[in-house]
Design a protein around this ligand. Structure first.
Ligand code: AMP
Length: 178
């Protein structure tokens, strides 16, 4: 891990919550980072530096914590934001993609006019675990004709090897890796 003091401070503000939302899961609680304006600002600046290099025309964030980072980054870069939502939440015409969870299935959706050919959509989420959600979101965005030049996470649980579920050939970035 880098010795950037900003990263060290962010790391110290991520709270481990054992057995949430179910036994055996060590939940990475980012609310102390969000609640500390200096920390949240530094986290966004570090992500912004990495995202800008890929010259996005839009940022897509995954429901729900991906909205926090994604929308803030879109505002900083002065580009549009695309919410990737859980099934049934978007009001207009949608395209959807089902994916497998540890137990059962889930589906995410975007509006069919959210992106188009020629767009460069950076996909943002708070955390990469098994990769199922981000993999489906990426495929969904690509199905609009847009290019996904980067998938950007605040945290990656690298021991779960979520990267193997993401489309090969697309750069994946995580500010913090466990
Ligand atoms: P996955 O599809 O397995 O990569 O799960 C990713 C989503 O689940 C992310 O959007 C996270 O918000 C959430 N998530 C999964 N595992 C954790 C964890 N250990 N701590 C916090 N959030 C998690």
């Amino acid at each position: 891990m880098s010795t950037d003091p900003r990263l060290e401070n962010i790391l110290s503000d991520i709270r481990d919550v054992p057995d949430f939302p179910k036994p055996g899961i060590l939940f990475k609680d980012i609310t102390p980072v969000l609640g500390n304006p200096k920390r949240f600002n530094e986290a966004l600046s570090l992500m912004e530096e990495r995202v800008t290099a890929h010259q996005p025309t839009k940022i897509a964030g995954i429901d729900a914590r991906g909205f926090i980072f994604g929308a803030a980054l879109a505002d900083r870069l002065d580009i549009g934001f695309i919410p990737v939502r859980k099934k049934g939440k978007l009001p207009w015409e949608t395209i959807g993609k089902a994916y497998t969870l540890e137990y059962g299935e889930a589906e995410i959706e975007v509006h069919q006019d959210a992106a188009k050919e020629g767009d460069r959509v950076v996909l943002v989420d708070d955390l990469l675990a098994t990769g199922g959600t981000a993999g489906a979101a990426c495929a969904l965005l690509q199905s609009t004709g847009a290019e996904v030049p980067l998938i950007s996470f605040f945290i990656e649980l690298s021991f779960l090897d979520g990267r193997s579920k993401l489309p090969q050939g697309i750069p994946v970035d995580a500010l913090i890796q466990y």
